[in-house]
Design a protein around this ligand. Structure first.
Ligand SMILES: *[C@@H]1O[C@H](CO)[C@@H](O)[C@H](O)[C@H]1NC(C)=O
Ligand SMILES: *[C@@H]1O[C@H](CO)[C@@H](O)[C@H](O)[C@H]1NC(C)=O
Ligand SMILES: *[C@@H]1O[C@H](CO)[C@@H](O)[C@H](O)[C@H]1NC(C)=O
Ligand SMILES: *[C@@H]1O[C@H](CO)[C@@H](O)[C@H](O)[C@H]1NC(C)=O
Length: 365
């Protein structure tokens, strides 16, 4: 019985992979590779040795769409899920998901809590440099499966979606680390973007050409950061942190055109999350929400103490009745509705929300 089961499993995993050699991929088949943090992690952290604070594979995460927790830090789908759907791709599974081998559609390497710096939650996440090494493994596997030429063409056509930097700035604030006192804002931002640039250049060498960056959100306004200081003062957003992420966004928007002029065929786009999210936090009703400042799930001021699901050190938490009223699902992550609105805009939007290219243009070969 168990032998039979093993054979069936073996067959379902290996046969599709081996027969890929015979598949002639249509020209318009454009894969999606996803890198970064919890904005994009579709479940990689379920499979690593980390702390419960960096995992979300328990209820009520996933409650609205999947009806079970997948490891996505929201009540439902994330931006890459919508983009994959609009691009007519199947959902892009996490790299560490056991048994997954259909790499011709793309892979998701993102890991909640990670940043561009290896110091950011070192040992608890898959940092960006490690995500890059996983991507290089995929290239090797693709070559074996579909041949050198086809693999190269696939990686050149692919779209690379990155959400990097949020944790590099948020973690030092949350942990009151001295790293922000020992560096000037400019130095620190240059270090984060320097490491990001190193990885982008390696991705380019590996074959990547079309890169889409999620601009950093107004981090100082997320419930978790606002809950760090007493209620009275946290009525306003943390300006220092917002200034830092805005500087990051500004430097990134200068570095990318430079890369474009240095690297032949390199194309990029930036999805402007900062203004999009600020507008919804400040004027929720204008965009179909009722509550912009307090999270749906959590406890304390703005429900900003991370306790959603009650599996971490803080057990008590509250859950809102109607999640579609909220901009934030938990202390740090937007609701599926916010992600869907953003995904819709960056799919076919104009330069005020995404530029120089929108995603639709990137998926057209
Ligand atoms: C997982 O992490 C814990 C604490 O960080 C450590 O004690 C344990 O040895 C680790 N396990 C593995 C398999 O690495
Ligand atoms: C943060 O650290 C600084 C010194 O690095 C200290 O003066 C300050 O009191 C700390 N703040 C909190 C909230 O712990
Ligand atoms: C990358 O980050 C490390 C700290 O993790 C820093 O020492 C190094 O200078 C950074 N690299 C670049 C190119 O900025
Ligand atoms: C939840 O809120 C949305 C928008 O405010 C509304 O359309 C919907 O009917 C509400 N659902 C429930 C169960 O109250």
């Amino acid at each position: 019985m168990s032998y039979f089961y093993f054979l069936v499993l073996y067959a379902t995993i290996l046969i599709p992979a081996q027969s890929l050699g015979d598949i002639c991929l249509p020209k318009e088949h454009v894969p999606l590779f996803v890198f970064g943090d919890s904005a994009f992690d579709a479940g990689n952290n379920n499979y690593i040795n980390t702390t419960i604070d960096l995992q979300v594979n328990f209820w009520p995460y996933g409650e609205s769409f999947f009806k079970y927790p997948t490891g996505r830090a929201s009540n439902g789908r994330l931006i890459p899920d919508f983009i994959a759907e609009y691009a007519n791709l199947p959902p892009i599974p996490p790299y560490l998901h056991p048994g997954y081998s259909r790499y011709i559609d793309g892979v998701n390497f993102a890991s909640a809590g990670s940043g561009a710096l290896v110091e950011t939650r070192r040992g608890l996440v898959i940092d960006l440099h490690t995500q890059l090494s996983y991507f290089k493994n995929i290239k090797t596997m693709l070559r074996q499966e579909i041949g050198e030429k086809e693999a190269k063409a696939l990686l050149v056509k692919a779209v690379y979606l990155l959400s990097v930097g949020i944790n590099d700035y948020a973690v030092p604030f949350i942990t009151n680390s001295s790293v922000l006192q020992s560096h000037s804002q400019e130095e620190y931002v240059n270090m984060v973007i320097g490491n990001l640039t190193t990885v982008i250049k390696e991705m380019y060498k590996t074959g990547g050409r079309k890169f889409v960056f999620l601009g950093l959100p107004p981090l100082g306004c997320v419930p978790r950061l606002k809950a760090l200081i007493p209620v009275k003062t946290s009525a306003i957003c943390k300006d220092k942190l917002n200034a830092l992420v805005q500087l990051h966004n500004k430097v990134l928007s200068k570095v990318l055109p430079k890369l474009e002029s240095q690297l032949k065929g390199f194309k990029y786009s930036i999805a402007h999350l900062y203004t999009f999210l600020s507008e919804r936090i400040d004027n929720p009703s204008k965009f179909g929400f009722k509550e912009g400042k307090s999270a749906c799930c959590g406890i304390g001021p703005f429900r900003g103490i991370p306790s959603c699901g009650g599996k971490g050190s803080v057990k008590g938490y509250k859950l809102c009745e109607n999640v579609t009223d909220h901009v934030f699902f938990d202390s740090a992550h937007p609701t599926e509705k916010v992600y869907q609105q953003f995904a819709d805009l960056i799919w076919s939007g104009t330069p005020d929300i995404i530029g120089p290219y929108n995603l639709k243009a990137f998926f057209e070969v």
